[in-house]
Design a protein around this ligand. Structure first.
Ligand code: PEP
Ligand code: CO
Length: 458
């Protein structure tokens, strides 16, 4: 910063507000050991550099405002739960690659700008329906994500360890460093569309992608020959997002923007509040209502119009474009009746949030053999229901939020590879919810591109 730039301090009531959540009920927090260990860790994290910058956060808000207004589409994707051991160059690269390929399919297929966001570089904490897990008569604390405890089923590993918050910060930093290198350093260059597909080309979705990449190649070569300057195509904007679950971590990562004295959570560009922690009058919504990042809130089928209005009044009182994203996760069987009243209600109280579909979390099933899974057909059906509801309401279906991996895992049933219940066990790697594999992700992108293309041409 230059010496002439003014440094604006936060007003005392703004600073005090950042800790108001401590006086409220708070769900889904670890039980940290007594003796001040978490306070010491929070102080350590508060002194570490920010992971993202306020200017980037403002830029994302502008992009999301465009999407809310029907001028862009948001693609959010990544693991249900990232793990520390999974933060390898190969896995990070293949996830980024899958998201880039999906984005190309959407951009080209629907002629609409795509805002790219990874559910990554910080997605290390999970809400759980039960505090404990029992195996063969032994009961231990449930796995809450690598930032809280270990997956291994031993008392030592399942103990809640605040030092994991520090490791989470450093793993997020290393992941983000590689993501920035991939997306800024030439790997994401649009002239590389073919290379992202390498090693996959025998699958139907990948073959379809090859065709599309060929068309893009020809278009780019034509434009180059015509003298267009393609420097812009070398880089892509790529943003990070995760569920803001662990209050001590998000609070410690919140810094004051010296340009204007406002608080920003520098753990990610975008944070969301999950279906299990979005209670009005509780800690999570109170906290995010006081930070300047664009905020997501998951919305399940039980949400009422009245509750939605109070939520919008709290998180987006000024009805600021790009501020609030509602991530609906209704289930394929519910979306067509549960979403329309909410779309209508939002118009009534003059809110134009960005609406995104999460077609994963309302469609979970467990197989007789005990695997948590989802049917690809249910995922597709919820996406179609989402587009239908928005078409009827005259509102813009602004994006999609999916759990995916760039690898060839077998965690969700169906898709053109026809993964069945028997196949699930061959490569089931998720420690949490089942993810679409690389090919299912691409297939879904083609389908969304078709829906979006129809919507655009109306
Ligand atoms: C998730 O996104 O992994 C999740 C737990 O979602 P939800 O809060 O919608 O259940
Ligand atoms: Co999940």
């Amino acid at each position: 910063m230059s010496a002439t730039e003014p440094v604006v301090a936060a007003r005392p009531e703004v600073l005090a507000g950042l800790d108001h959540w401590r006086t409220l009920p708070v769900a889904q927090q670890p039980t940290w050991p007594d003796g001040g260990a978490v306070e010491a860790v929070a102080a350590e994290i508060a002194a570490l550099p920010p992971l993202v910058f306020a200017g980037e956060i403002d830029q994302l808000r502008a992009r999301l405002a465009a999407a809310a207004a029907g001028r862009a589409f948001v693609l959010q994707g990544g693991d249900c739960a990232e793990t520390f051991s999974g933060a390898t160059a190969d896995q990070i690269r293949s996830r980024v690659k899958t998201i880039l390929q999906m984005a190309v399919v959407l951009t080209y297929g629907a002629s609409v700008p795509v805002v790219k966001m990874g559910r990554m570089a910080g997605q290390f904490a999970k809400p759980r329906s039960s505090d404990t897990e029992t195996r063969d008569g032994t009961t231990l604390p449930a796995y809450r994500g690598d930032m809280v405890n270990g997956y291994e089923f031993t008392a030592a590993s399942r103990a809640h360890d605040p030092q994991r918050l520090v490791r989470g910060y450093h793993t997020a930093a290393a992941t983000l460093n590689l993501v920035r290198a991939f997306t800024q350093g030439g790997f994401a260059d649009l002239r590389e569309v073919h290379s992202w597909n390498r090693g996959f080309a025998t699958n139907p979705a990948n073959q379809r992608y090859e065709g599309l990449a060929g068309e893009i190649d020809r278009a780019v070569r034509f434009m180059e020959a015509a003298g267009a300057d393609f420097d812009e195509l070398k880089r892509v904007e790529f943003y990070t997002a995760h569920e803001a679950l662990l209050m001590e971590y998000e609070r410690a990562m919140t810094r004051i923007d010296s340009r204007n004295g406002t608080p920003v959570d520098t753990s990610a560009h975008f944070v969301w509040i999950g279906e299990r922690t979005r209670q009005l009058g509780h800690a999570h919504l109170d906290f995010v209502s006081r930070i300047r990042n664009p905020i997501g809130v998951k919305v399940g089928p039980a949400m009422t119009a009245d509750e939605l209005e109070r939520l919008v009044d709290l998180v987006d009182p000024d009805r600021e474009p790009g501020r609030l994203t509602l991530i609906t996760r209704m289930g394929a069987g519910r979306i067509r009746d549960a979403l329309p009243p909410l779309l209508e209600a939002a118009q009534r109280f003059e809110s134009t949030p960005l609406w995104i579909t999460d077609p994963m979390h309302g469609n979970g099933i467990t197989t007789p053999t005990g695997y948590k899974t989802r049917r690809f057909d249910d995922v597709v059906d919820e996406v179609r229901g989402f587009f239908e509801a928005h078409r009827h309401a005259g509102t813009w279906p602004g994006g999609i939020h999916v759990e995916l991996t760039g690898d060839d895992v077998t965690e969700c049933l169906g898709g053109s590879e026809h993964i069945d219940e028997e196949t699930l066990s061959t490569r089931y790697e998720s420690l949490c919810d089942p993810r679409l594999n690389h090919m299912q992700s691409l297939e879904l992108a083609f389908l969304v591109a078709e829906e979006l293309g129809q919507r655009r041409s109306r």
